[in-house]
Design a protein around this ligand. Structure first.
Ligand SMILES: Cc1ncc(COP(=O)(O)O)c(C=O)c1O
Length: 389
């Protein structure tokens, strides 16, 4: 059977090859330390589970309105006003099957063939392929460790063309976007996981111009440890929300009915579990960053949000895939190659795993690195046989 050009152009996930190797090793009984996780290792808080169970037991098992149940859309509207200084009416909010689905819906509703979407790299793995699926062209803008991996307004301006339709970035480069009427997709999924003095700011709250151009994305997966529940949402100007509602009504219909009651409990209920998870992530972040910053010939910027440390391995003379393959086969440590995120100078270590695994994995990482550094080579860290594994 012939595959459509739309599907054939998608790149296979680079994260999957490491992941399947790590899984195969685990199945053989090998003790692999996995730093690949893109989801909290905590369980969903009890009161959220209880609300979904109660909904199930009450027979809330049928279709709901495709944009989500009115009480959840209203609760999201209130959350956006109180947490984010964003005034969206419930009619401007569409609940979807995860923030990923909300992002894709937003791109489908606004971008088409001939449009360009600016995406700063390292990016979340799915953005470029979502843009391609919509028939538009991703324009990748590299960033640097020196600028904490953030896109500067000048990088953004240089990447702009008359075809630029949208950009995806959490930082405010809104003035430039507003001048040119470029839409902003603001993915705020890690909003609650910020550390030190960092404060989450919603781009749409910065000005009226920014609000009118922004589609705000958020969800329950990361903040409330609800990845499997598949619930996220977008808030947008009404015309976009209506278009997204139509798309969703013809493709997936509503997100899971009882999951929506869990999400309602998440927003309305006790927020302490969220603070506890954040505190635990913060402790692991400090530990992981301190250890990594003591290892010679690799560097990292202390992350201000989410649960990943991006390690710059460019001094080692290896591609990120070779580095990750080698670390897995020689030291039983799984990391994600940065090539998956559009930056081959880096690998990503997640601290969404227990402190014991973090300690053990970093011991192995460090030992392997020490052995490699002792090897003769033309420059530090060069591994002549690296490609031979
Ligand atoms: C930046 C970013 N946005 C969106 C998502 C998707 O979240 P959800 O589980 O709600 O689809 C992820 C998950 O990895 C993510 O890292």
């Amino acid at each position: 059977m012939e595959i459509s050009t739309r599907a054939a152009q998608l790149s296979p996930s680079l994260t999957l090859s490491i992941d399947s190797k790590a899984k195969a090793m685990k199945a053989e009984g090998i003790d692999v330390c996995g730093f690949g996780a893109g989801e909290p290792d905590f369980d969903t808080p009890e009161h959220i589970k209880a609300a979904a169970i109660a909904a199930l037991e009450a027979g809330f098992t049928k279709y709901t309105p495709s944009a989500g149940i009115p009480e959840l859309r209203q609760a999201i509207s209130e959350k956006l006003a109180s947490d984010n200084q964003l005034n969206y009416r419930a009619a401007q909010i569409i609940v979807s099957n995860g923030a990923k689905h909300a992002c894709y819906n937003a791109i489908l509703a606004t971008c088409q063939a001939g449009d360009e979407v600016i995406i700063p790299a390292p990016y979340w793995v799915s953005y470029p392929d979502m843009v391609r699926l919509a028939g538009a062209d991703p324009v990748i803008v590299p960033t640097s460790e020196r600028n904490s991996w953030k896109m500067r307004a000048s990088d953004f301006e240089n990447a702009m063309t008359p075809r630029t339709k949208m950009f995806e970035e959490l930082q405010a480069i809104t003035d430039v976007a507003a001048e040119e009427d470029i839409y902003i997709l603001s993915d705020e999924i890690y909003e609650k996981l910020v550390y030190d003095d960092a404060m989450h700011v919603s781009i749409g709250s910065l000005s009226k111009e920014a609000y009118d151009l922004t589609i705000t994305i958020n969800g329950f997966s990361k903040s409330y440890a609800m990845t499997g529940w598949r619930l996220g949402y977008l808030a947008a100007p009404e015309a976009v929300a209506k278009a997204v509602d139509s798309i969703q009504s013809h493709t997936t219909s509503n997100p899971s009915s009882f999951s929506q009651h869990g999400a309602l409990a998440a927003l309305k209920g006790d927020q302490q579990p969220l603070a506890d998870m954040r505190e635990e992530f913060d402790m692991r972040r400090n530990y992981m960053f301190d250890r990594i910053s003591k290892i010679p010939n690799i560097t990292a910027v202390k992350p201000q949000g989410a649960f990943y440390v991006l390690v710059n391995i460019s001094q080692l003379g290896l591609t990120s895939q070779n580095f990750a393959d080698r670390l897995l086969s020689k030291a039983n440590v799984a990391v994600i190659p940065g090539a998956a995120f559009g930056d081959d100078r880096t690998v990503r270590l997640s601290y969404a795993t227990s402190i014991d695994v973090i300690k053990k994995g970093l011991d192995r990482f460090q030992d392997q690195h020490r052995r490699d550094q002792k090897r003769p080579g033309p420059f530090p860290g060069f591994l002549p046989d690296a490609l031979a594994i």
